[in-house]
Design a protein around this ligand. Structure first.
Ligand SMILES: Nc1ncnc2c1ncn2[C@@H]1O[C@H](COP(=O)(O)OP(=O)(O)OP(=O)(O)O)[C@@H](O)[C@H]1O
Length: 273
């Protein structure tokens, strides 16, 4: 697990509004190949800004005053993501890094079939692919996320919330990226559906070997699915360690406070031990 995929060093993001907000401050962290890295912290601590920032998805008034983001590709090359041109960065996204956005399942186009929306990804990023190959790839994706190929002609409103979220995950996996960033991907779903989808993400990760950065304020959920967890507060990473260490031996006072704000689960775990 010590094979680095993405190295972020002293990375900062500021929103240059009337009263400037230093949303991310000197963050350093490494995402290892094949791991699930959880990013935890209360609403407004800068999780989304950090995830968007390293992928250069932020727009003004956001600026990146400093830091570096280096991609260590499986083919051995290193790329400075902050130095990539706009077109190169766009190609990089989807292909190497993809993202499941917060509230993404409501972002599906209501008047296009889910099959057509998945096919779009291939049309844009794999223009040489034949229509037949594209359809086969879409069916395969629908099978992989357990929606089933028969749903290729369904419209989003014909699918449950859980299925729509699976479509968004299928879209993120379409080009077999090495890193998938998931920002609160299951928050809008009920607990049982959330569990099913989390199990799915974990088994897909095992099957395909991609890394996951999973962002949520729900620390107990991260304890279940993550290899390591980074705890963020007011724009900084205050602690980063294995899920086990974070649970049994949290070092930072804030991590302890965050853990104790989920009393029900804490009580259950204590009984189980
Ligand atoms: N476009 C913007 N302009 C000014 N400030 C912003 C902008 N977007 C976010 N912020 C501020 O930056 C800080 C970090 O926000 P961010 O959305 O990254 O936090 P978060 O931890 O992802 O929260 P949530 O879980 O609610 O999405 C907050 O103080 C927020 O108010």
């Amino acid at each position: 697990m010590s094979d680095p995929l993405l190295s972020v060093r002293d990375f900062s993001v500021r929103y240059e509004t009337a009263a400037p907000v230093d949303a991310v401050r000197d963050v350093s962290l490494t995402v290892h190949r094949g791991e699930v890295l959880g990013l935890a912290g209360e609403s407004g601590c800068g999780k989304t800004t950090l995830a968007y920032g390293v992928q250069r998805l932020l727009k003004p008034p956001a600026v990146i005053p400093g830091g570096s983001v280096t991609w260590h590709d499986a083919d051995g090359t290193d790329t400075d993501l902050l130095a990539l041109g706009t077109d190169a960065m766009m190609a990089f996204r989807w292909d190497k890094i993809s993202m499941v956005f917060q509230g993404a399942m409501s972002a599906l186009n209501p008047v296009a079939t889910v099959g057509a929306q998945l096919a779009d990804v291939f049309e844009v990023h794999r223009p040489a692919m034949s229509r037949r190959a594209r359809t086969a790839a879409v069916v395969e994706l629908l099978e992989i996320v357990k929606v089933g190929g028969a749903r290729i002609k369904s419209y989003p409103h014909e699918l449950s919330g859980g299925m729509r979220q699976r479509i968004m995950i299928a879209m993120a996996l379409a080009l077999r990226p090495q890193l998938v960033v998931m920002d609160e991907p299951t928050t809008a779903l009920d607990v049982l559906v959330q569990r099913e989808i989390l199990r799915e993400i974990t088994s897909l990760r095992e099957a395909f070997g991609f890394s996951v950065v999973f962002i949520t304020h729900d620390l107990p959920l991260l304890l279940e699915i993550s290899d390591r967890i980074a705890v963020m507060r007011a724009g900084q990473i205050v602690e980063i360690d294995t899920a086990e260490q974070i649970w049994f031996r949290p070092q930072h006072e804030y991590t302890r406070t965050l853990l104790s704000s989920f009393p029900r689960l804490t009580a259950e775990r204590k009984v189980a031990r």
